[in-house]
Ligand binder design. Structure first.
Ligand SMILES: *Cc1c(COP(=O)(O)O)cnc(C)c1O
Length: 384
């Protein structure tokens, strides 16, 4: 398939990379190669595809596209974001150790503690923005520095440049979950990471209709074992979902700009609302890490949180909303609201949540691309 030059703009790559007209028919959109297997022309003679767990042309188009967007040498598409994270962790061996941050996607914590620990891979959670904390937690067996920024739901920023440099200096692989920002607003490989992870379920697909995941590698030394894992363990993304994500990515730039514009307008409006105690959005100049955010992201995205003070107020707010459902997930064109204390962070004790700053009155918004005045009107009538 085509090599879209790296010098082209982001949207041009999003629309064209990996997607030259189909060599068999000239189809402008990559066909959904819904086939398990591929005929050999002769013994030891084939067209490069043998069996769809190993490789499939629709998935290959998506993988090339993702590599071009994140600026890596290879992309790999998995059955879910968790399958992608699982594959990255399985680059380690029993006895190896992972250094990571304290607040991260709950599913990742569940995988680290509920699965990986049982297979002999331990992890330590520290303040990764503090080099002293990193130095103290480092073990001779540490192999992976695992990061995620911004964090859910308080939108704290990890200094990806500094943490990656520290990880590299200590001979660790550095992986970054870039789901919240998408490659349009943040490209961790350019900031020094070795691997970028996505739940394509969120902004990349963008339409809340496909579960998927991906890893993009800066180096072939990581791509080869990950490809082997795809083939050996088999948690691959199917052709139809690959096609959906490719289709979603074509509008990633315009969607991200609208998510971001809407979120900033809502953040400003919430900030001046008497019922709202605090707003968490990195695009607000009084966010404590506003400068850090501006230094590593080219926009602030569509995720924000705000504090209503108590679970009763939060419950009344959710009940009163007319347009937006209370639901897990994020990154779709529709606005979704969530209650971290009972949803994404329910696995923590109330005490742990309080220590992190996740109160019972905290509300998270995945701001969609509806007309922003309609979103604000619904929020304001529900707050009233
Ligand atoms: C949703 C999400 C995941 C997990 O992805 P799935 O596609 O649901 O398996 C991982 N990391 C982050 C930041 C997420 O938001």
């Amino acid at each position: 398939m085509s090599e879209t030059p790296r010098t082209t703009g982001f949207s041009t790559r999003a629309i064209h990379a990996g997607q030259a007209p189909d060599p068999a028919t000239g189809a402008v959109v990559p066909p959904i190669y819904q086939t398990t297997t591929f005929a050999h022309e002769d013994i030891e003679k084939n067209k490069g595809y043998l069996y769809s767990r190993v490789s499939n042309p629709t998935r290959a188009a998506l993988e090339q596209n993702l590599a071009a967007l994140e600026g890596g040498v290879a992309g790999l598409a998995f059955a879910s974001g968790m399958a992608a994270i699982d594959a990255v962790i399985r680059l380690l061996k029993p006895g190896d150790h992972i250094l990571t941050q304290t607040n991260m996607y709950g599913g990742t914590i569940r995988l680290l503690h509920g699965v990986m620990q049982g297979w002999g891979i331990e992890s330590s959670h520290v303040d990764v923005n503090d080099p002293k904390a990193l130095d103290q937690a480092l073990r001779p067996s540490t192999r992976l520095l695992y990061l995620e920024s911004p964090t859910n739901p308080l939108m704290e920023i990890i200094d990806l440049r500094a943490a990656s440099a520290w990880g590299r200096a200590h001979g660790l692989r550095v992986a970054v979950d870039n789901t919240f920002m998408s490659p349009y607003y943040q490209r961790p490989l350019e900031l020094g990471a070795d691997l970028v992870i996505h739940s394509t379920t969120k902004y990349l697909n963008g339409h809340s209709d496909s579960i998927g995941g991906a890893v993009v590698c800066a180096r072939v030394e990581d791509a080869d074992p990950l490809r082997f894992l795809q083939k050996a363990a088999g948690a691959i993304l199917g052709p139809f979902d690959s096609w959906l994500v490719l289709r979603g990515i074509k509008t990633l730039a315009v969607r991200m700009r609208q998510h971001s514009e809407n979120a900033l307008a809502i953040a400003h409006r919430l900030k001046s609302h008497p019922r709202v105690k605090r707003v968490f959005y990195p695009g607000l100049p009084d966010h404590p890490q506003y400068d850090l955010a501006r230094g590593q992201m080219s926009g602030f995205g569509g995720m924000l949180a705000f504090d209503l003070g108590s679970v009763e107020t939060a419950r009344r707010f959710f009940k009163a909303l007319k347009l937006f459902p209370l639901a897990e997930s994020l990154g779709g064109v529709e606005t979704l609201v969530a209650h971290p204390a009972t949803m994404s962070h329910a696995y923590l004790t109330a005490e742990e949540r309080a220590r992190m700053g996740i109160g019972d009155g905290l509300v998270r918004l995945s701001v969609g691309i509806e007309d922003v005045e309609d979103i604000i009107a619904d929020i304001e009538q529900a707050l009233a």
